[in-house]
Write a protein that binds this ligand. Sequence first.
Ligand code: GDP
Length: 448
Amino acid sequence: NMFDALSERLSGVFDRITGRGALSEKDVDAALREIRVALLEADVALPAVKDFISKVREKAVGEAVIRSVAPGQQVIKIVHDGLVELLGGDSEPERLSLEGEPPIAILMAGLQGSGKTTTTAKIAKRIAEREKKKVLVASLDTRRPAAMEQLAQMAEKAGVPSLPIVAGQTAVEIARRAMSSARLQGFDVVILDTAGRTTLDEEMMGEAAKIASETRPREILLVADALTGQDAVETAKRFNERLKLTGLVLTRMDGDGRGGAALSMRWVTGLPIKFLGTSEKIDGLDAFDAKRLAGRILGRGDIVSLVEKAAAEIDHEKAEALAKKMAKGKFDLNDLRDQLVQLQKMGGLGGIMGLLPGMNKQMKAQAAASGFDDKALKRQEAIILSMTPQERAKPDILKASRKKRIAAGAGVGVPEVNRLLKMHIQMADMMKRAGKGKGLPGMPGGRM
Ligand code: GDP
C-alpha cells in the first residue's frame, strides 16, 4: 500500500537501534538522518520533515533516553509520538460539526477528478447512517450535466435523496433552492458538491466563496487526491487562502502513492484531515485517526504500547544508580534481580523477545525451552531472594553447600542456580564492556 516503502525503511532503522543495548547520541543522529531521507523519499514536504526531525531529536538525544533500560524502544516511541503530532495530534478521530439550526450546510470543494462527488455521497451515507440525520445532496456543477447525473446516481447507491436537477440555474441558485427545500422538507444536513475544474482557477474559487457566503456552511471540506502528492498539498493551501476550509478529505489512500501528501497536509495547511477515501465503493471512507495511521506506518504498535506501559513503572533512580555501579564495573546479584523485576514489568521476556529484531517463532520457542520464559524469570528472582545479602553482593562465595541451601529455598535444582550464576557473570561482563562506552546496556533479554 501507500506507506509500504516508508514503513520498510523505518523498520530497518528501528531494527538497527533496537538490536543493541546501548545507544549514543551519534547513533540517534544516524537513525534520524535515515528517517529524514525516508520521509523525503516518501515525498513529505521538506519544512514538515525538518520540523519533525528537530522535535524528535530534541527528545531523543537526552540522557533520560540514551541511558534508559531500552533506549532503542524509547526512540521508536518518540518517533511515533512525533508522527502522531505531525498528523494532527492524538485527539479522537475528527468529527464533523453538525450542531445548530437545521438545515446545516456542508460544502465540498476540490479539483475535478479528486473524488469529490464520490466523497460527497460517501459522507452523506455516513451521516445518515451513523448520526441518524436526514441528509440531502445537491450538485452545483452547472457546466457538467454529467456531474449532476453522477451525483444523483451515487446518492441513490448511498440511499440518500438528491436535489432534483433543474436545467438553466446558476450554482448559487441551486444552492439556495437546496437550502430552502431542505428547510421545507425537514432535512438536517445539505451537502453541496461544488463544481471542480482540472486546475485551480479564480472563477471556480470565486463561485465557491460566493456559495459559502450564501449558505454559511458549518463545514467546508476540501477533497484532495492523495496520489497527487505535493500538488494536493499545494491545492489545499491555495483553496484555504480563498475559502475558510474546516477540514480535508484525502482520497485514493488505497493507491500506490508515496504517502507524502497525507503526511504533510496537516502540517502545511494546519487543517485537520477528517476522512480518508479508501476505495471506489460507497463505504470506502474512514474517519481519520492520527494515532492509528502512525501505528500503521511504523508498524511497531507493540513497542509503543510497551514503552507507554513501562514508562509509568520504570524506576529511574534505580537505573541511575545501576549506571553508576556499572561504570565502576560492578553488577551484583541485587542488580540482576532489579533487572529481572524490570523485565517482568515490561511484559516479561516473552513480551520483550517479540520486540527484538529478527526474532521468529522458532527462536522464541528455543529461548523459552532454554529456560528464558516468564516462569523462569520468577524462579530466577526466587533464587536471588533465597540468598543472603552478603551472597547477593559477592556471588564468588557461593560454594556447593550454599548453592544447595539456596536451591532448596527457591524450590529449584542446583543446576538452575548454576545457570543463573553463569548468566550473571556473562551479564556483568557484558555490562562492564558496555559501561566503558557511553550508554547503558539494554535488558538482558536483548542479548540472548
Ligand atoms: P470528482 O470529479 O472530483 O467528482 O471525482 P469523482 O468522484 O468522479 O471520482 C473520480 C474517480 O475516482 C472515480 O472513478 C471514483 O470512483 C474514484 N475514486 C474516488 N475516491 C476514491 C478512493 O478513495 N479510492 C479509489 N480507488 N478511487 C476513488
